[in-house]
Structures are given as structure tokens and as C-alpha cells.
Design a protein around this ligand. Structure first.
Ligand SMILES: [Zn+2]
Length: 358
């Protein structure tokens, strides 16, 4: 039997979420889609592009309040504008955001029906800052996000009875405050986030481990600026992999942001294409071991052309099991950054020691 393809979920409609002069621009997805022209990816024949469907309001309401959904709809219907200080919406944005959610739901359906091996949804607007009512956990803005695509797919898979326990691994350079808020008291959703300390949205510290029944199931690793591949891989090996293996997920979702790439104009981290590939490879491996390979990746941030093209190409390669010859030389972390990161790792382990064997 031929190996099943890795799906890329994409629609030209995603370019109709118009943001004006803004780093979260339609051109990001053009760069993202061009990665499929990489000769090694193309020659593999392992990718198939799937058009997304629209998510219904009921489906979006799996993770957002009906009031918030209606507020976004009417804001766009009135012509759009700046929804908050960071987040521009155009008249089409409500529908485009519904299509982004639908892309994830469709990817979810196809992974569980066995049509595809895994999927990367190249969607916009991004989603991980969007909480139940939009702005989450005290953040001042939606941070370019409208609906939480990854959270919707997680809730959808649970509602359908396909996956009770889901793991969300978020390597965007910003903390996914929306995702954390939505699942904060939920022990069935393990949220693991590696992000840059002290920047927007101002959450994701070591002591944020979930609330009520969800305690121990939110793992935040707020790393110092200029953390490099070595730092990230240390966190991966010492925290992410052991916790994820003990959790035994039935579905793995990646909030795949590339603004931690060393070239990015928004983030201040030093990750290289190889660093992203190693993190994705690790999750692909765990998915094979734990849930028949079921993995959905969703584009979050990433704003420089190099961050997007190299980050996405290396992630797609990892998902399809191809080795890619990308040359990407990132700077290394200075020693004081390495020791600050080591302290963060220690603190995270101390806070989670009674929940996981670390
Ligand atoms: Zn980000």
C-alpha cells in the first residue's frame, strides 16, 4: 500500500484577510506556498493540497462565546478596521477566519478517516492568542488573531469522540494565551509552549500550570531572548518529550509559528531551520508511537520571508519523512542566556515534578 500523503491545507481566499501595512500580511502565505516548489519536497511526491471548508458558527462556538463570534461578524460586516490596537480586520475577515477554522476541522476529519497521514494548515489569520471572548488572560489585544484554529480542531476531535486526549505543542515565539485560557481547567488537553519571556501577551510563566482539574497539564517554558537551537533542544529533551510521552496523546497539534527564527523581524530568538525540523520530527515520532501518526500543524506567526520559507519547508519535510538540505546558520546563544535558560528549565521541572516524572 502506498504511503498516505501529507496534506497542505490552503485556499487563495486566505489572502482576502487584508491587513494593510502590517507584518501579518497576505504575502506570508504566498511565501509559505512557494515552499512546495522546493525541488526536494516536490520530487518526493508526498504532498497533496486540499481546499478547506467553512466552519459553521456552531463549530467556532466549540471554543468561543457566541457574543464574540457575533461581534467579529458584525464588525467585519460594517466594513472592518482596527478591531484593537494590533488587529486589523477587512470586510472579508470573518469569512476568511471561518475558513481557517474549517481548514483545521477538515484536516482533522481527513486524518481520522485515514485519507492522509498528517496535515499542515497554511492558514491566516492566526489563532493562538484568541481566547473564549477574544482577548485572553488580560492581554490588551488579540495579537493579529481572530478565531483559535488549533483549539477548535482540538475541541472538534474530542466532541466527535476521535481523540479524548490531545497534545498541543506551541513553538511560536509568543505564548498562546488564548489556547491556554480555553483549556486551562481541562486535564484532557496538554498544552506545551516554548516562547520568549517578557513580550506580548505577557503570560506563560513557569508557575502557570493550569487550574482545577487541569493543573499539571499546562507546561510553559518562557525562555530568554536569543535562545538558540541548543537551548530549545534541551527543553525538548528534558521537558517536552518526557511529559508528552507520559501523557500518551490520541492526537498531536502543532501551533507552528516561525517568529522564533533568527531572521524574524518580530521575535528575538535564534532558532534555525534545523531547530524547527528537530522539534517537528520529535512530535511526528511521538505521534507514530502514541496515536498512529495523527498530527495536525497550523501556521501561527512568522514574519520574515526567510523564517517562513525555511521554517515551513523544514517542518513539511519532517512531517513527510524527507531529509532536506537547507543551509541556515543561526547565531549561538551567549553564555549568560544559556545559564538563564537552564534556570528556567529547573523552575519548570520543580513546578511540574509532582505531576510528571522529570
Ligand atoms: Zn508569534
Amino acid at each position: 500500500m502506498a504511503e498516505k500523503p501529507t496534506a497542505v491545507i490552503y485556499s487563495g481566499r486566505f489572502l482576502d484577510h487584508k491587513t494593510g501595512v502590517h507584518c501579518e500580511a497576505p504575502s506570508r502565505l504566498k511565501i509559505a506556498m512557494e515552499t512546495l516548489q522546493n525541488p526536494e519536497l516536490k520530487a518526493s511526491g508526498k504532498f497533496t493540497v486540499i481546499e478547506p471548508r467553512l466552519a459553521s458558527k456552531e463549530e467556532i462556538a466549540l471554543v468561543h462565546s457566541v457574543d464574540y463570534i457575533e461581534e467579529v461578524r458584525s464588525f467585519c460586516a460594517r466594513g472592518g478596521g482596527y478591531y484593537d490596537g494590533d488587529t486589523p480586520l477587512s470586510p472579508e475577515s470573518f469569512e476568511v477566519a471561518s475558513l481557517a477554522v474549517g481548514g483545521l476541522l477538515e484536516a482533522c476529519e481527513k486524518v481520522f478517516s485515514g485519507d492522509i497521514s498528517n496535515a499542515f494548515a497554511l492558514v491566516r489569520p492566526p489563532g493562538h492568542h484568541a481566547g473564549i471572548h477574544g482577548r485572553a488572560l488580560g492581554a490588551l489585544t488579540n495579537g493579529f488573531c481572530v478565531f483559535n484554529n488549533v483549539a477548535a480542531a482540538t475541541a472538534y476531535a474530542a466532541k466527535k469522540g476521535w481523540a479524548r486526549r490531545s497534545l498541543i505543542f506551541d513553538f511560536d515565539t509568543h505564548h498562546g494565551n488564548g489556547t491556554q485560557e480555553i483549556f486551562n481547567s481541562d486535564a484532557q488537553v496538554l498544552y506545551l509552549s516554548l516562547h520568549q519571556r517578557g513580550i506580548y501577551p505577557g503570560t506563560g510563566y513557569e508557575d502557570e500550570i493550569g487550574v482545577g482539574a487541569g493543573r499539571g497539564f499546562k507546561v510553559n517554558v518562557p525562555l530568554p531572548a536569543r535562545s538558540d537551537d541548543e537551548v530549545y533542544l534541551k527543553v525538548l529533551g528534558e521537558i517536552v518529550e518526557p511529559v508528552a510521552e507520559q501523557f500518551k496523546p490520541e492526537l498531536i497539534l502543532l501551533s507552528a509559528g516561525y517568529d522564533a527564527h533568527h531572521s524574524d523581524i518580530v521575535g528575538g530568538m535564534f532558532l534555525s531551520a534545523e531547530g524547527f525540523a528537530k522539534m517537528v520530527e520529535s512530535m511526528v515520532k511521538l505521534a507514530r508511537k502514541s496515536c498512529g501518526g495523527k498530527l495536525l500543524a497550523c501556521l501561527e506567526g512568522g514574519y520574515s520571508a526567510q523564517a517562513l520559507s525555511q521554517g515551513i519547508a523544514s517542518s513539511l519535510a519532517a512531517m513527510a519523512g524527507i531529509s532536506l538540505s537547507l543551509r541556515d546558520h543561526a547565531p549561538r546563544s551567549p553564555s549568560h542566556v544559556q545559564s538563564a535558560a537552564a534556570q528556567v528549565i529547573r523552575k519548570v521541572k520543580d513546578n511540574l515534578g509532582s505531576y510528571w516524572s522529570l
